[in-house]
Design a protein around this ligand. Structure first.
Ligand code: NAP
Length: 457
């Protein structure tokens, strides 16, 4: 795919970016590998952390400029883009403040002697990232790995080259040495060659199930570790004892944020019979009241999808769902307007043999299922190929906790939408991938946890 900035609000081409050729890729790998073998990567962690402090400061001082780039390039509402930039600064600062503690040696009691585990970098990483959080996804990989000493080469999504360029510039301006972070406008074949290169020791991909399975297979073939942050079909459970007004408000937000293009968005609403009618009625009202428009307009509440092909794909999915028997309760089609707008949509009566039942809808499309009791909730929630996040709304916290433990996903939030914070592990199970980003777990994905034992004898 060509690397282009096309404004999804009007599909105007803004800029084309020149792809990197194989010589440039070789140079990037050579620089990254040289850095890995230098004192910078192998030496004390304390010398690397100032880069992250500075990066946090830079991002905070340029929120408006960076937010604007993201909103114009992939259609995120300007206020949500600002939030994303601020979150990136928090992640950088979080690792700047905590990485040393996370990577400190850990002692082990042993009959064999004095034992401890040290944490060392493993080498160059290949990161492949998606467009939906065009800065945050980059920071989730960069911050922990820069702290750990792993140089990163990155292939960002082809529709967000400006974000990719802006982020790389910031990392360098923050003082990262040559090779610590390199943005590459490259093809899928070039990604495969990089993964196969002996200098590369790990692969981190965030994206679709399809890309994840291809890239993970390439990594596996060369016996390299991979982390995969893939799609989801998260449930948003509405119990009959919940604060319904709050559940509806948060549920609408959880489905419509980022025009519905969030891996952990509320995609399947599972609602108990007693409150189902009221919930559907109120959710419909919320969806009807959105104001679609320019993401840069502060009063817009629903922006366009990221690209024309995303709009076409979603339209096809909804049409197919309805053809296979789902009931269209609201919306269901693209807006007759320039740009990639899709109406907020609610589907009901989705049977298990409808392909929609197992499909991730990456846009403002809610599926609503009505259930009778907790057993049915667990059965339906877990009847999914994915296992990323989920939310449960209830005033009975003990009941909600029991359900949370039984839902087969990597994350469950009670009385909140599935959220993210630097200190909380992020990731899923099943076809949502493996490995974790953020928190203490994220920084340990690509380090050598090396055991050293001093024998007693
Ligand atoms: P995508 O099509 O898989 O693209 C993601 C990245 O992978 C892009 O950089 C893309 O490059 C690249 N890519 C695709 N196929 C590849 C291949 N065969 N070899 C190498 N690179 C390849 O996904 P998307 O449509 O951009 O993102 C949406 C998906 O990501 C959704 O399923 C969403 O749920 C998931 N997601 C998951 C998380 C999480 O943390 N779990 C977070 C955000 C998004 P091109 O742009 O050049 O195609």
């Amino acid at each position: 795919m060509p690397y282009q900035t096309v404004n999804p609000f009007n599909n105007q081409l803004i800029k084309e970016y020149t792809p990197h050729n194989d010589d440039q890729v070789e140079l990037a790998l050579a620089q990254a590998d040289a850095l890995y073998h230098s004192d910078w990567a192998k030496g004390e962690i304390i010398q690397r952390l100032p880069v992250l402090h500075k990066l946090a400061e830079l991002m905070e001082s340029r929120v408006e400029e960076l937010a604007n780039i993201a909103s114009v390039e992939m259609g995120k509402l300007i206020e949500q883009s600002r939030g994303e930039v601020k979150l990136c600064a928090q992640i950088a600062r979080y690792y700047a403040n905590n990485a040393q503690k996370f990577l400190a040696p850990v002692s082990y009691e042993s009959s064999l002697g004095e034992a401890w585990v040290e944490h060392h970098p493993i080498g160059v990483l290949m990161a492949v990232e998606p467009w939906n959080f065009p800065f945050y996804q980059l920071m989730r990989v960069l911050a922990p790995n820069l702290a750990a000493g792993n140089p990163v080469v990155v292939k960002h999504a082809s529709i967000v080259p400006h974000c990719a360029e802006a982020f790389e510039k910031l990392v360098h301006e923050a003082g990262a040495p040559k090779g610590a972070y390199t943005n590459l406008y490259i093809s899928q074949d070039q990604v495969a060659s990089i993964i196969a290169d002996d200098r590369v020791q790990g692969v981190a991909l965030t994206g679709s199930e399809k890309a994840g399975s291809i890239v993970a297979a390439q990594a596996a073939k060369k016996l390299k570790k991979a982390t995969l942050e893939l799609g989801g079909n998260d449930v948003f459970v509405v119990l009959d004892d919940c604060d319904l007004e709050k559940a509806v408000k948060v549920g609408a937000e959880a489905r419509l944020n980022n025009a519905g293009q969030v891996c952990t968005a509320a995609k399947r609403f599972i609602v108990q019979e007693k409150v189902a009618k009221a919930f559907l009625q109120q959710l419909t009202e919320h969806f009807k009241n959105v104001k679609m428009g320019d993401p840069l307009d502060e009063t817009t509440t629903l922006g366009p999808l990221s690209s024309k092909s995303a709009l076409e794909g979603l339209t096809e999915q909804v049409n197919e769902a309805v053809k296979q028997g789902a009931k269209l309760h609201l919306g269901g089609k693209a807006l007759q307007h320039e740009g990639n707008f899709f109406e907020p949509t609610i589907l009901t009566h989705i049977s298990r043999d409808n392909p929609a039942y197992f499909t991730e809808f990456f846009g403002p499309v809610a599926q609503v299922y009505v259930v009778s009791d907790d057993e049915e909730i667990v059965k339906l929630a877990n009847d999914s190929h994915y296992g990323l996040g989920g939310a449960i709304f209830s005033t009975d916290i003990e009941r909600a906790k029991k359900l949370a433990s039984r839902i087969e996903t990597g994350m469950v939030y009670i009385n909140s939408l599935t959220d993210t914070a630097p200190e909380l592990p992020f990731g899923g199970i099943k076809r949502s991938g493996f490995g974790r980003e953020l928190s203490d777990l994220g920084i340990k994905e690509f380090v050598n946890q090396k055991l050293v034992v001093v024998s007693h004898s």
